[in-house]
Write a protein that binds this ligand. Sequence first.
Ligand SMILES: [Cu+2]
Length: 117
Amino acid sequence: MNHRKPLSVVRLPAVLALAVLALPMLAATATAAEIEIVQKDKAFSQPTAKIKVGDTISFRNGDPFFHNVFSLSDVKTFDLGSYAQGLSKKVVFDKPGTVEVECAIHPQMKLTVEVVK
Ligand SMILES: [Cu+2]
């Protein structure tokens, strides 16, 4: 005689427990992302970026001279100052809207960030 319970009955609570534990982790990874934009050859590596509220952009200087990163836009006003090759600074975009990003050293450098909900 076999007195073992069917496997499906035994394992169901364990599967449910794992699913419940995994949900907050999935939610966390789905809500915030980070992208990198490089300043290279006196230009941002992309002219526009579309991100979601709460996302982060990491600005890396890929040129052998100083760059600055700043914005005067109401949606996100910031100034990361000037920094050297290889260094990165991050900005979290916490409100929806359009943010014009520039470099104070090279006025021709422009990046438009579209922050959506
Ligand atoms: Cu620059």
